[in-house]
Design a protein around this ligand. Structure first.
Ligand SMILES: Nc1ncnc2c1ncn2[C@@H]1O[C@H](COP(=O)(O)OP(=O)(O)OP(=O)(O)O)[C@@H](O)[C@H]1O
Ligand SMILES: [Mg+2]
Length: 276
């Protein structure tokens, strides 16, 4: 296997940027799809109260307490309460909605020792009928190859809990004005998290919605020359994405030839060292 899979068991990736609208959710959704197309079992964790990743996979439920909120509050017994299948083989999801806001707020008020370890409890729990644990119970760590966490554009307690279980952080950036401002803050935050998760690392940045304008190409050049962060890929802007967001499908399914679909395919091939 390639460089993305040195570790045995599940690899947990956080998609993180403190800026809004930089394609975090779109990246989580399409990365999961590309990984599943390579035969990987993927668990998605929607860690954003907006629930956009849950919507993208047609599993958004505004009414009940969301599984992501239960996970954060510790108010769950078995993983079947948290994990749902999607319409895609190899992609399961822990969904979110506004109830995650309350759970995050409650945790911030508690000041208990376990404030950063809420998502850890899931990893070793045995699951049956999900991922590759279809015939026999397996620990989540064994049932999935990847857990991809879509984070909101902030650093609330739910994000801190996500970083506590994260192996690698991917930072999507859009090279418009001030795009690179938040990058050092994310890098600093990853350093801070090492106090309670020493093995976390910043994998690099993924340039998203790239348009070959003077401004954006200068930004890309600057990023390359600066050499501070690995550039994991460049995803082109595609009109098809904007036009079809209501379709709730991975971009490759409705516009396989567009720059964005090809971009995610190439990025995941390079990231995993595995073509499809
Ligand atoms: N390659 C692309 N080409 C065109 N539009 C894109 C592309 N990638 C993402 N978008 C659009 O950009 C918008 C923002 O994307 P997305 O919701 O994934 O960002 P986000 O970082 O998750 O935002 P938030 O911070 O609100 O969670 C969406 O409307 C999405 O369809
Ligand atoms: Mg989002």
């Amino acid at each position: 296997m390639g460089k993305g899979r040195e570790k045995q068991g599940m690899k947990t990736i956080s998609i993180l940027n403190l800026k809004g609208g930089v394609a975090k959710t779109f990246t989580a959704a399409n990365m999961a799809y590309e990984l599943s197309r390579r035969g990987c079992e993927v668990l998605l964790l929607d860690n954003d109260k907006q629930g956009n990743l849950s919507k993208a996979y047609g599993r958004y439920d505004a009414e009940s307490v969301a599984p992501a909120a239960k996970l954060l509050s510790g108010d769950w017994e078995c993983p079947e309460e948290l994990i749902q299948k999607t319409n895609y083989i190899g992609i399961d999801i822990i969904t979110s909605n506004m109830s995650l806001l309350g759970a995050t707020w409650d945790l911030a008020k508690e000041w208990k020792a376990d404030q950063t370890g809420r998502y850890k409890r899931l990893k070793d729990t045995k699951v049956e009928g999900y991922g590759r644990a279809v015939t026999e119970p397996l620990a989540i760590e064994q049932a999935y190859d990847y857990c991809i966490i879509d984070n909101p554009p902030d650093l609330g307690f739910n994000v801190v809990n996500a970083l506590a279980v994260t192996d690698e952080v991917i930072v999507p950036v859009k090279l418009d004005n001030y795009a690179l401002e938040g990058l050092d803050i994310v890098a600093e935050q990853v350093e801070e998290v090492k106090q309670f998760n020493p093995s976390i690392k910043l994998a690099g940045v993924l340039v998203t919605s790239y348009q070959n304008t003077d401004g954006e190409s200068a930004g890309l050049e600057w990023l390359q020359e600066q050499g501070k962060y690995d550039i994991l890929g460049v995803i082109k802007y595609s009109k098809k994405v904007a036009e079809n967001s209501f379709l709730q499908k991975p971009i490759y399914e409705y516009s396989p030839c567009c720059g964005a679909a090809q971009g995610y395919k190439k990025f995941v091939t390079e990231y995993t060292g595995k073509a499809r």
